[in-house]
Design a protein around this ligand. Structure first.
Ligand SMILES: Nc1ncnc2c1ncn2[C@@H]1O[C@H](COP(=O)(O)OP(=O)(O)OP(=O)(O)O)[C@@H](O)[C@H]1O
Ligand SMILES: [Mg+2]
Length: 231
């Protein structure tokens, strides 16, 4: 039976209103998702095409830039990542940290059904275990795992960034969830979030969603970007 006929003209009008109210939102949401998807596809493909030498030299350049970053040389506990899917490798950065006797950590999933991450200590001789996504995590004892707010600085991989400090990740929302508390804080904001990227990963304008946690800085091979002040 036709619902519209059964409900009479009033409900038909309501349905029509609903159409006008919802249609633009639906289009907006679709456009949003398509934009994110196509940016991810394009940049990830570009990133994967780099040679090992290009990646390593970008890693060295990024270390050079990081040394100029406020707070980098003095920080004691740093979160890093193991490059995956063509991400900019942090081998030189982590070596630098070990030389300076600073503590390095890698993200580790916390609990089974959550996207929260803690950070596991790792050094040259650390052993790794693969998590449920096949990503290596340090098999450090639980005592050596830190909560995100115990770190001074975290280097985050990303797929794309813009000058406003928006970050587009791989789409899992793990970093957003882990650092969600920072969006509610104006003081005692720890750690500083530093996006690490190749220059070509810059987008003119990225869609940002309420749960996206903005970056404090973005560091590429050629520069340090301090995002524009957000309203
Ligand atoms: N604090 C949060 N509260 C609720 N949902 C969240 C939160 N953080 C992330 N999410 C969820 O994570 C999903 C993926 O987020 P998004 O597309 O922004 O990922 P991403 O930032 O690209 O990935 P990642 O942060 O893992 O690198 C979103 O669809 C959203 O549902
Ligand atoms: Mg996000």
């Amino acid at each position: 039976m036709n619902r519209r006929v059964r409900g009479g003209p009033r409900s038909a009008a309501r349905a029509e209103n609903a159409y006008f109210i919802h249609y633009p939102i639906k289009t907006f949401v679709d456009k949003f998702l398509i934009t994110k998807k196509s940016i991810r596809q394009k940049i990830r493909a570009q990133r994967r095409q780099l040679t090992a030498i290009q990646r390593q030299s970008a890693g060295l350049e990024v270390l050079r830039q990081l040394r100029r970053l406020p707070g980098f040389l003095t920080c004691k506990k740093i979160g890093a990542y193991i490059a995956n899917d063509g991400e900019l490798p942090l081998d030189y950065v982590v070596d630098f940290f070990w030389e300076r006797k600073k503590n390095s950590y890698l993200p580790a999933l916390f609990g089974k059904n959550t996207r929260l991450m803690h950070f596991g200590h790792f050094s040259k001789n650390s052993q790794f275990t693969l998590n449920r996504y096949g990503i290596p995590e340090p098999s450090s004892h639980i005592r050596r795992q830190l909560k995100p707010q115990q770190l001074d600085l975290v280097l985050l991989p990303l797929v794309a960034f813009d000058a406003n400090g928006n970050r587009l990740g791989m789409g899992g929302g793990f970093y957003d969830k882990t650092f969600a508390y920072l969006r509610r804080r104006t003081n005692w904001r720890k750690p500083k979030l530093i996006g690490i990227a190749y220059d070509f990963q810059e987008a003119e304008h990225l869609p940002s969603e309420p749960w996206d946690v903005p970056l404090d800085y973005i560091v590429t091979q050629s520069r340090i970007i301090k995002p524009n002040i957000r309203s």
